[in-house]
Each structure stands twice: as structure tokens, then as C-alpha cells.
Ligand binder design. Sequence first.
Ligand code: 13P
Ligand code: 13P
Ligand code: MG
Ligand code: MG
Ligand code: MG
Length: 382
Amino acid sequence: MKTTLSVIKADIGSLAGHHVVHPDTIAAANKILAEAKRNNIISDYYITYVGDDLQLIMTHNRGELDTRVHETAWNAFKEAAKIAKDLGLYAAGQDLLSDSFSGNLRGMGPGIAEIEFEERPAEPVVIFMADKTEPGAYNLPLYKIFADPFNTAGLVIDPTMHEGYKFEVLDVYEGESIMLNTPEESYDLLALIGTPSRYIVRRVYRKADNLQASVVSVERLNLIAGKYVGKDDPVMVVRAQHGLPALGEILEAFTVPYLVPGWMRGSHYGPLMPVSQKDARATRFDGPPRLISLGFNIKNGKLVGPTDLFDDPAFDEVRRTAVIIADYIRKHGPFMPHRLEPQEMEYTTLPLVIEKLKNRFKKETDMYKTKPSVYSHESSHE
Ligand code: 13P
Ligand code: 13P
Ligand code: MG
Ligand code: MG
Ligand code: MG
């Protein structure tokens, strides 16, 4: 029998701003998931948080996009949001964009990463959860984990990994996906995923036998809601070992605090800082963007663990570098490239401010005859 791992998350409100989930809301979600486990809707679960995002990690045998599993998650978020409202938490119910549940959670606000697999004798998985950033933030580490031999020794050494991996990339502007093979199409892959706001790696498969190795929650809230309603704060599942990257090869991809969009008001680039669960609170300038990772083994649908993988002095220097980068980039204040590019600011309240100045511009010159098409959101690949 196949096992499905469903990681479903939502921001249902935070204590004192947008920085941390309140324990009473976790308790409310726990009641719903405990009941679902008693009723055999799910086999096992673990609830946690990163910053203001409540994370439901569930196992079951019902496959992806299952109505009962999604309804369980929806009810857990609803109950948690109710408590958040009662406590007067900030932005209570923030990511619950729709009022009524209809079949599954797609397009309703919560982020969803689900993967169904035949359990191997040992099934190690790593679950990454980020706050104050968006799903394309996983593009760079996924490339390093599954396609960069300088990161992942197994690509060179292990015969089952040597053929490489396939990357499924979603174009979130057009709603289209493409499958690209590495190593032979690495440069094509990078041509796309180097624009992470538009092209998001959604799934990765082992080429030798199509075994699915990874999945990312690709929901982009501003594209769903048509306006800025908070950042997506994505999750990712990566299976490890035995013909897949080793645990340490997966974590090695996070030894550089690379710049990601998000942070304050979802409008600034900042370093992605890998932290332990105890430091999973987005404080400074509502950040910097934070990432936790929990390791589990899955056995007969049960979650064994977790282990808090970034709770390790080996990552202290990464965190220190992240703080140095944060200090440096913050000095740019409201200037790009700290602030996001105009097409990404389109969904924030900045256009309202600029709109007010519209009539005060005076025509000066006809010398600038072209403007970049990237600003018009037109597809450049048609
Ligand atoms: P151990 O001898 O500690 O099991 O190490 C195995 C290994 O290959 C680590 O990458
Ligand atoms: P969240 O998506 O984490 O709620 O971030 C909202 C925000 O604007 C932080 O400054
Ligand atoms: Mg929030
Ligand atoms: Mg958040
Ligand atoms: Mg958010």
C-alpha cells in the first residue's frame, strides 16, 4: 500500500505582528488532527510552526488532493483561526482566502506539498518550512541538491544517481509546466529557474526509474488573490538516502544564506537563514526570512521523529553570514535591489502611492521609444 505525506500550511494569525504562531492555535489544530487520526482519515501527524505559519504534517493512504484529508486541514485552520480571533491575534485567518470548502484546498490560500510513494525499507524524509518568502526560494537549493556535483557527491559516486534527475517546472504566470532533464538540460533549466518569481521547481524525479524525490508548495498568494495578502511561506519535502541524496547532501545546499524575496511586507530581498525550531520566529524587520528543517522516518505510515536538523553549530557561521548580509542590504532602505522589482511590487500598496503622482508628470521627450516587455507581464515564450 502506498503512503502519502501531506504537508499543508497556513498563516492563521500571529502574536504581536507577523512573527510567531500562538500555542493555543496549535492546540486547536491538534484537536482536529487527533480526531481525524482516531477516525482513520490520517495515519499519523505532527504539528509545528515557522514564524506565523502553522504547519500540518500528515500521513495517510488516500493519495494527493484527497477531500477528507484536505477538509481535515481546513477544519484545523478554521478552528485555529477562531482561537486567533478570540485572542485578538494579528491578521487572524490571514491565509484563509475563501469561506467555504469545496473538494480540496487548491487556490484557497493554504500551501500544499503532497507526495505519494511506496515506502522503502527505511524512508527518511526532510521537511523544509520557510517564513517570509515564496516558493521559488527553493529553486536554488533544489538545483544544488539534485544537479550540482559540487554539492552532492552522490551524483558522481552513486551509480543509481549518476544518470541524474528530472525537474518539473511550473510557470505561474501562464499556468504551464515543463519537464527538464539534468545533467543534459541543466543550462535550459537554469535559464528558467533563475527567474524564481515566475518559474518554480514543483517536483523532482530520479531519471533512472521516475521515483519522485521532492515536492514544493507552489501556491503564490498574490497571484491567487490579485493583491498582496502576505507572503507564501512555502514548504518542501525531500526524500533522502538509498539512491537519493544523503541527508547531509540535502542540508549542504543551505550553507549559503542566498537572497530571497519576502521579508518586510513581502517586498524586500533578504538572506534565507536556516534556524532551529526554537529560533523559528521572524523578528528583525519581520525576518530575516527563516527556514527550519525537520527530519523524519516514515514506517507503515507512522512518522518517526522529528529531528531538528538546523539545530547544529555547524550552521552557526551560515547564520552569522546571514546577519552580516541583513545588516548590509538593510542599509539600502527603500532602494532596489533591497526592495523588490516593480513587477513584483505591483501587488502591494505601492502602486496606490504612485498613482497619486500620475497627474503631476509633465511630458518631456519622445527619445525613449521602447520599454521592456517584462513589465507588461506578456509571455515572452509565445
Ligand atoms: P557512518 O559510518 O557514520 O554510517 O557513515 C556513513 C556515510 O556514508 C555518511 O555519509
Ligand atoms: P506573512 O506572509 O508571514 O504574514 O508576512 C506578512 C508581512 O507583510 C510581513 O511583514
Ligand atoms: Mg502573517
Ligand atoms: Mg508567514
Ligand atoms: Mg505568509
